[in-house]
Design a protein around this ligand. Structure first.
Ligand code: IMP
Ligand code: MG
Length: 190
């Protein structure tokens, strides 16, 4: 698995330092009010679990899943599955947490969907941000790191379902995603 990584962008220590910083910003915003962290599965599960343990104020946790179906490293049609009940959304202050903001389509769709279901406030927090790839105008309220236009894996981020368990973020060797076997109709598993 590690042989498929061209270089490490963020190691464990850098990741946790970055999350500490964002956790302090989030804590300052929500101190004294109830809120719910909504982790976007599957990619944000590692980030969300480190983030919430650094937020020392009351919060609830909920999950939504977003999967993008397309070819290789390009995102395609988006499928959303809501696990929170209306009761967990209506009138609540939500912090949507995702692994990476790329084209922006996933977060823009989710934020709109939660607002349409009656959330009182929707804020967004992403582990990584690739501003150079945006297809819709969208910015996260909180982000840990900005990255260049590279396909990255690890710390929750996958390529064709794998590499999520790497404890660091690395750039995948281009040979890996240009292999013919990985080409058509794969689930990117947002
Ligand atoms: P969007 O294009 O902003 O909607 O991002 C959708 C999803 O694409 C993210 O949540 C990730 O699951 C996936 N994605 C985008 N860029 C990368 C990457 O560099 N590595 C792994 N997954 C990515
Ligand atoms: Mg994702």
């Amino acid at each position: 698995m590690n042989d498929d990584i061209e270089r490490i962008l963020f190691n464990e220590e850098q990741i946790l330092d970055g999350i500490d910083r964002v956790a302090r910003e989030v804590t300052a915003h929500y101190r004294g009010s109830k809120f719910t962290v909504v982790s976007v599965l599957k990619g944000s599960c590692v980030f969300a679990s480190d983030l919430i343990r650094r937020i020392p104020i009351p919060l609830e946790l909920a999950f939504v899943s977003a999967s993008s179906y397309g070819d290789g490293t390009e995102s395609g049609r988006l499928e959303l599955n809501f696990f929170p009940t209306d009761h967990e959304i209506r009138g609540r202050r939500l912090l949507l947490v995702d692994d990476i903001l790329d084209t922006g389509k996933t977060m823009a769709s989710l934020a709109e969907a939660f607002r349409a279901r009656g959330a009182e406030e929707v804020r967004t927090c992403v582990f990584l941000d690739k501003p150079g790839r945006r297809a819709v105008a969208f910015d996260a309220d909180y982000r840990v790191f900005q990255v260049e236009n590279l396909f990255v894996v690890g710390y929750g981020l996958d390529y064709a379902g794998e590499y999520r368990n790497l404890p660091f973020v690395g750039a995948l060797r281009p040979e890996v995603y240009s292999r013919p076997a990985a080409a058509s109709g794969e689930t990117l598993g947002a």
